[in-house]
Design a protein around this ligand. Structure first.
Ligand code: HEM
Length: 112
């Protein structure tokens, strides 16, 4: 079963625009990583002020390999930017195992 790794990041108000901009210009290397399955950047709306970086992987080893790769370092070095991991005000890594999942049913009528 897949594993989900969520990085929960608190970004001060005055840095949020820059933070989102950084993600718009992100490396995009993660898409080509073996075992990578999904990525989403979630902007907080209500009940929290944490951004979530949601990632899903084929297994723990796939995530570990990416996390210790140059691609990860490159995406996170930040060139001295205050948004680089080391300078983040707060971030937490949450790990999950996917035990059930579902997507929408395919509508057979619409198929040729
Ligand atoms: C330690 C605190 C962290 C901070 C502050 C942080 C922040 C960021 C920022 C600002 C970017 C945009 C890329 C750029 O600026 O060049 C980025 C990319 C990314 N981060 Fe993090 N990150 C952290 C750790 C992590 C961790 C532990 C994960 C694992 C779930 C993760 C997942 C990602 C992914 C998937 C991308 C996109 C990489 C790509 O496009 O190849 N981050 N992160």
């Amino acid at each position: 079963m897949s594993v989900v790794k969520i990085n929960a990041i608190t970004v001060p108000k005055e840095r949020q625009e820059r933070f989102e901009e950084r993600f718009r210009g992100r490396a995009g290397a993660v898409e080509s990583t073996p075992g990578f399955e999904w990525f989403e950047l979630l902007r907080p709306q209500e009940g929290t002020d944490q951004y979530l970086v949601y990632t899903r992987w084929a297994d723990e080893a796939a995530y570990e390999a990416w996390q210790s790769s140059q691609d990860f370092d490159r995406a996170h070095s930040g060139g001295g930017d205050t948004l680089a991991p080391a300078a983040a005000s707060s971030s937490h890594l949450w790990s999950y195992e996917v035990i059930e999942y579902a997507g929408p049913k395919v509508n057979q009528d619409n198929q040729a």
